[in-house]
Ligand binder design. Structure first.
Ligand code: ATP
Length: 235
């Protein structure tokens, strides 16, 4: 049912100068699904994500969020939690102070969520620590925590696993899965490494040279060889 679509992208096309960066990209995310956007560096994943936030104006195509077409209101955007690139914090403030600041923007009522999200991301005991005392993995988890403060219906994560060690990747993956299962949050996660995401996604869209060349369901993924990575990276 269309009403179940949290995000719908139709025939998105974008050029920067002479370079065609997105070529007729269409995809949709149903409520509660984890969708992995997979592709090599420069394939166009970030441009897709930036278009959702209206940071990039597409040349043509259409984006609907929660069944409303672009342009979106601020209220619509506040239903999204996001991490675009490495999350940035005020380094000389505490974990809690950083989250309080975010609520100043998102809404005072979300201050009541701070303790809960810190528990969810395993940082409750770090609440009074300065940001510069946290490891990269902790910062990534805090990024998720911050993105969850406003009880988002959609979580958009652009290469959130970049730079994490193998243990950090497993932790992070489990965290996303727990959030999805606990709150029913729909997730769009981009990555250039299939093994990072394939264990948690319901569906993968493979992006190469600006085109969504293939979509693979979880079931098909399980039956498929992971050589698929070599395949799309070679395109
Ligand atoms: P990465 O993992 O490196 O972020 P990506 O798949 O997210 O890769 P994009 O960042 O969407 O790729 O970039 C796609 C192409 O568009 C690249 O060739 C990039 O150089 C180009 N590009 C992106 N933004 C701009 C811009 N503002 N001006 C000019 N070219 C751009």
């Amino acid at each position: 049912c269309l009403l179940n679509n949290v995000l719908e992208i139709k025939k998105l096309t974008k050029s920067f100068g002479e370079q065609l960066v997105l070529d007729n990209v269409s995809l949709s995310l149903k409520k509660g699904m984890i969708y992995g956007l997979l592709g090599a560096n420069g394939a166009g994943k970030t441009t897709i994500i930036k278009s959702i936030f209206d940071f990039v104006k597409p040349d043509s195509g259409e984006i609907s969020l929660f069944n409303e077409k672009m342009p979106q209101s601020v209220e619509q955007f506040k239903k999204i939690g996001s991490i675009i690139e490495t999350p940035v914090f005020y380094e000389n403030m505490t974990v809690k102070e950083n989250l309080l600041l975010h609520c100043d923007y998102m809404g005072e009522q979300f201050k009541n969520n701070i303790d809960r999200v810190l528990k969810d991301v395993g940082l409750f005991n770090e609440k009074e620590k300065m940001i510069n005392q946290l490891s990269l993995g902790m910062k990534q988890r805090l990024g998720i925590g911050r993105a969850l403060l406003n009880e988002p219906e959609l979580l958009i994560l652009d290469e959130p696993i970049n730079g994490l060690d193998p243990e950090g990747i497993i932790d992070f993956r489990n965290l996303i899965l727990t959030i999805n299962q606990t709150y029913g949050t729909t997730v769009l996660i981009s990555s250039h490494i299939l093994i990072e995401v394939f264990k948690i996604v319901d569906r993968i869209g493979i992006v190469a040279k600006g085109k969504l060349i293939k979509e693979v369901s979880k079931k098909d993924l399980e039956e498929m060889d992971l050589d698929i990575e070599e395949y799309y990276l070679s395109l």
